[in-house]
Design a binder for this molecule. Sequence first.
Ligand code: GDP
Ligand code: IMO
Ligand code: MG
Length: 426
Amino acid sequence: MAGVIIVGAQWGDEGKGKVVDIYTDEADLVVRYAGGPNAGHTLVVGSEKVVVRLVPSGILRRDALCLLGQGTVVDPKVLVGELDTLDAKGLSPRDRMRVAERAHVILSYHILVDGLREATTSAIGTTKRGVGPCYEDKAARRGIRLRDFRNRADLAARVTKALAAWAPTIVALGGEVPTVESVVEDAWAAGQNLLPLLADTAALTERALRDGKRVLFEGAQGTLLDVDHGTYPYVTSSSAIAGGACTGVGIGPSRIDAVVGLAKAYCTRVGGGPFPTELEGEVADRIRKVGAEFGSVTGRPRRVGWVDLPALRYAVRLNGLDSIALTKLDVLAGLQTIRACVAYDTPSGRTREFPVDELESATPVFSDFPGFSQDVSSAKSLEELPKEALDFVRFVEAEVECPLSIVSIGPGRDQTIVLAHPLRDA
Ligand code: GDP
Ligand code: IMO
Ligand code: MG
């Protein structure tokens, strides 16, 4: 049995797509456990770049079965569009893809509400994909699930109830309430297209684990965007942390053998909310440009900042990380000085903890490191890194008290220094 979770340790976009693709080499099953089309996971093979929002990042490896667990929220049109695109590349994704029949569905009114709210002063900078309102419906027990697409009259009856609940909100926000028929019609064809893929993904995953198969649980978003533990209310609406893999897929915690946390050698954030190590000016522009830090879903420029070690320690603790995959080290090349936040000064004194609810009044304390000028993107081992780069990497590892399993030095598959392979070693 080998169940390994890949989880974002920062505010998302840490390179989960790339690392899942690398590890899928050794996996039989790849399962997304949370989030929806708010995610954008980038896979780079040779000169080709593929961005997946719902389809698990294992899809490019032809041997792996890919599942969307019931903790995810599915926009049928987005998923069908992605499958068609992958189909056109000759990957036959439908042969290797199953979707939880109990996964909740994003419908047009979820996207409408998300967009209307983002136009108000209480906007939080969501991806406007309807993810938050869909999870709200799930918690309010009026959500639509993919299995409801088996019967159109039944679906319409459920949509009628949900829409009645949303109508006052839509009107108050200045929107127009859509008709039940228009909502159903909008999603019906895509929903029908997905019916052959529906399955009991929890049972499939458990069976695979019992049969000794190797399962990768692919996280979306990141620890600091988790609805319970992130920088609330500037978070997403799902359990992004490793624990979310158990509830989101429907397997027991005893099935997990290892948890790998992904972190950039610096930090980014998209959307609103506190970001104490945020940078502005020339260094920020340089990191954004070299690191191509523009949202893969929305195209928004990502906010950039120095690596936050108290936040990373928080992620090590919350996820029970066994190792960290440190990505985008190459992006720091050419900077005169590299900084790392090592502690915070707060009104109650200096702390090495991440003051998640006091970030507005906390000041980061930095350690400075000399930069490195050499291009590191073709290094094959840590020994090939310039001393300054290696010293920085070793400092991060020691400070967060968690060993590194990967140091990533470029977007490509071969730009990866693999120090430990949790699936092979489990
Ligand atoms: P995800 O949401 O965690 O899967 O990350 P995204 O795909 O949204 O963003 C990460 C971006 O960084 C993608 O464009 C990747 O191709 C790229 N990337 C991943 N690892 C590295 C790396 O080590 N160096 C560089 N330069 N780019 C990387
Ligand atoms: P991946 O999986 C980065 C952020 C949004 C916003 C907040 C809430 O690619 O790492 P939502 O649309 O979820 O209601 O938005 O969460 N956000 C992400 N930021 N990467 C993501 O996914 C994100 N998914 C959501 O920018 O701040
Ligand atoms: Mg992303």
